[in-house]
Structure formats: C-alpha cells, structure tokens
Write a protein that binds this ligand. Structure first.
Ligand SMILES: Cc1cc2nc3c(=O)[nH]c(=O)nc-3n(C[C@H](O)[C@H](O)[C@H](O)COP(=O)(O)OP(=O)(O)OC[C@H]3O[C@@H](n4cnc5c(N)ncnc54)[C@H](O)[C@@H]3O)c2cc1C
Length: 230
C-alpha cells in the first residue's frame, strides 16, 4: 500500500467520455495532480449509487492514499454493502472558495473547485491495508491525531467495512474570479464582486469528561485545513 498522499504512478489523465465536462469546458481539468489536491483539501464526499431504480447520494468521510480513495462505515451500512457488491459509484467533492455577486440575479455564482469521480469500489479484506486505510481516514481529517489515539482493535476492524475506489476516471471543474455580467448591466448602480470563503477552525472545546491534567492535543490546538492561512 502506498503511503498517505504519495504521488500516484497511475495514468495522469483521468478524462473519459463519461467525465468530459460539456459546459464551460475552459473550467475543466482532468490531471491527477489537480484531482488529488482537491480531494486532499476537502473533508466530505458525497457517495452516489443506485439501488433498484432509486438513486442515493450519501455524505461520508474519505481519505486518499496514492491513487485510491477509501471510505468506511459499519459492516451493515447499506451504501457500503451495495458498493462492495459491485455497484457503480459516483463520488463528488466540493470546495466553496467564494460567493460571486453579480449586477443581475441571473449571473450570481460561486467560486468553487469540485471533483466528480466514477468507478467501482472493492471491499478491503487485507488487514494491513485496512489498518492503513483507517489511519489515513483519521489523518485526512486531523493530521497528527493518529499518534495520540488508540488504534482500532481486531474486533473494531471486523465490524468496519472499508471500501477502496480506484482514482482512474474523474474530472475537475474550477471557477475563479469576478462576476461575468452582461454588458448592458455594467453601468448599473449595484455593488458587484466576490466574498471569499474558507474553512477556519474555532478554538477547540475540551470534553467535559476529560480526566484532569491532560493537555490539549497540538493536532487540535493548531488545527487548520489545507489551503487556508488562518
Ligand atoms: C460529514 C459526514 C461524515 C460522515 N462520515 C461517515 C463515515 O465515515 N462512515 C459512515 O458510515 N457514515 C458516515 N456518515 C453518516 C452517513 O451519511 C450515513 O448516515 C451512514 O453511513 C449510513 O446511515 P444508514 O445506514 O442509517 O443509512 P442508509 O441505509 O444508507 O440510508 C437510509 C436513509 O437514511 C437517510 N440518511 C442516511 N444518511 C443520511 C444523512 N447523512 N443525512 C440525512 N439523511 C440520511 C436517507 O434518507 C437514506 O435514504 C457521515 C455523515 C456526514 C454528514
């Protein structure tokens, strides 16, 4: 298994017919490095799949290790069980970088970076890979946290279903910059511009049940998300 965030040796172009962006093609990217940078910065993915004739889109935590995206949950988890049985998956990840205020309601927008990833997941049965995936899932959310927590027991590992989705077929769409207004609106007396948004952590709140004398974990005290300068 590759170490966390190790550069992948797989194909660098993740574009296929199914992942080709149709509108605003200039905002699209298909290179692995851009896909990976968005996956590593975001916290939550939305896992899409179809059971019978009903589509579901379920939010969940994930982690990337090399060219693999891992998700996990209870062994009885319906979404994960379905995906483990070979259902096709569509995973989306979105970062909101700002709100775009135009001179018309029509042209209001958002600055964003998003990934759509297609593929089929496999259940992780190899215990070493499963442990490493669990470490990656914690470290993706709170880098440095793994060092101070109890590792999963064999029982906990058995109760957890971990799925591995190869990062092979994907697209990125990125919007940046000011509003794009109609020429006829440019002289309107209406403020236009961008409100940048970012993920910023507030001060950690200690568990009221924490035993006395335990100092705060640096991983919590200095917590920032990648891509923010807080
Ligand atoms: C930020 C975030 C991170 C999460 N990370 C994980 C994770 O790492 N592992 C994990 O197993 N679960 C995670 N969850 C919870 C996950 O979204 C599901 O609730 C859970 O995996 C399965 O629930 P279930 O088996 O009851 O639902 P399912 O059987 O999958 O769904 C049954 C129905 O429950 C409803 N439902 C299920 N989940 C949600 C939801 N989140 N919000 C609203 N309605 C819902 C839907 O109507 C769905 O059709 C996370 C949720 C969030 C918001």
């Amino acid at each position: 298994m590759q170490s966390r965030h190790e550069a992948s040796t797989q194909s660098d172009n993740l574009q296929t017919v199914r992942t080709t962006v149709k509108r605003r093609r200039e905002r699209a990217a298909y290179d692995r490095a851009t896909v990976e940078s968005i996956l590593d910065e975001a916290l939550v993915c939305h896992l899409g799949f179809t059971l019978g004739d009903q589509p579901y889109v379920i939010p969940t935590t994930y982690a990337r290790v090399g060219a693999t995206l891992y998700v996990h949950g209870a062994a009885a988890n319906r979404a994960l069980k379905g995906l483990a049985s070979g259902l096709s998956a569509c995973v989306t990840v979105t970062l909101i970088d700002g709100l775009v205020l135009a001179r018309s309601a029509f042209h209001h927008s958002m600055n964003y970076r998003s990934v759509v990833l297609l593929g089929q997941a496999r259940p992780v049965t190899d215990l070493e890979e499963k442990r490493a995936a669990m470490v990656a899932l914690v470290e993706h959310v709170i880098p440095g946290r793994q060092a101070s927590v109890r590792a999963p027991s064999d029982e906990e590992l058995r109760e957890t279903l971990v799925l591995a989705l190869p990062i092979r077929e994907a697209s990125v769409k990125i919007r940046t910059g000011p509003p794009i207004d109609d020429a006829t609106d440019m002289a309107r007396e209406c403020w236009a511009g961008e409100i940048p948004l970012r993920q910023v952590a507030d001060r950690p709140i200690t568990d009221p049940a924490l035993a006395e004398g335990i100092v705060a974990d640096p991983a919590a005290v200095t917590y920032t998300r990648p891509g923010t300068n807080s």
